[in-house]
Ligand binder design. Structure first.
Ligand SMILES: [Zn+2]
Ligand SMILES: [Zn+2]
Length: 263
């Protein structure tokens, strides 16, 4: 299984694209502005889109991508999301005001996109991949995902604040790589709490929930471009402050657009 990072930024700027991952060329996890880096051919190969939640930085490129390839679609793109996320997209994006309702055109029987409602805890079996829907704690209904491969699971937290249920499940899995958000620096931790995102302080508390002896690479995502250096320096200080105790060192890395996981 290959996972390509199309976008992993918390906002836009030159060379900063918002959240989107491409799995094996045919499944998108989130459809942030990173999707705009795909060629038309690559877009036409996407069969499924798994959304973590309805926020714009995770869905902005979905209506635009479908528009770009609509004339070449042989069958609808399946958009998997929680019921609340689907309702929000129908009401606020595909509402014939912001964008045409692609779930009903060109015809309701054969539309450009079809919504598929998912639930936390469910395992999806799509294009030969097993992808589990994980819980997330955010200001709108939200999930994370774990995609199983031969080498273990590629896990994405989605946008989340502290989330004990997520770690209970992670501790039962063979994790090959964890992508977790840290949207704000410590100086903005009040804003992080209010908007249900993580700061380095909260991340340290969360990583402390990983079972002793478990070790896998942890990739930080969703930093705001203006805060990225500060967030990373605060996370690098974990080595000196030893928030996990004297014998625990986590392998924390920086997620980059264009990076590919080969799992
Ligand atoms: Zn969000
Ligand atoms: Zn976000």
């Amino acid at each position: 299984m290959k996972v390509r990072v199309l976008g992993c930024s918390g906002a836009i700027a030159k060379d900063c694209r918002t959240t989107s991952f491409l799995i094996d060329g045919d499944v998108l996890v989130d459809a942030g502005t990173g999707v705009g880096d795909l060629t038309l051919d690559e877009m036409t190969r996407v069969e499924h889109v798994l959304l973590t939640h309805s926020h714009l930085d995770h869905v902005a490129a979905l209506p635009l991508m479908v528009d770009a390839i609509a004339s070449q679609l042989a069958r609808p793109i399946i958009v998997h999301a929680l019921a609340g996320t689907i309702a929000a997209l129908k009401a606020h994006v595909f509402n014939d005001v912001i964008w045409p309702d692609f779930s009903r055109i060109p015809t309701p029987a054969a539309p450009f996109i079809r919504f598929h409602e998912i639930r936390v805890g469910q395992t999806l079996d799509i294009t030969g991949k097993r992808i589990e829907v994980l819980p997330a704690v955010h200001t709108v209904p939200a999930v994370g995902y774990a995609a199983t491969s031969g080498k273990g699971c590629w896990v994405f937290s989605g946008d989340t604040e502290r989330n004990p249920a997520f770690w209970r499940r992670i501790n039962q899995m063979n994790v090959a790589a964890l992508v977790i958000e840290t949207a704000f620096s410590n100086r903005e931790q009040d804003l992080a709490k209010r908007s249900l995102h993580l700061s380095p302080h909260a991340l340290a508390v969360e990583l402390d929930r990983i079972d002793q002896g478990k070790r896998f690479p942890i990739y930080i995502t969703h930093t705001k471009p203006a805060e990225t250096e500060l967030i990373m320096s605060e996370i690098q200080k974990f080595d000196q402050t030893q928030p996990f105790g004297p014998n625990v060192v986590h392998d924390i890395r920086w997620l980059r657009a264009g990076q590919e996981f080969d799992l």
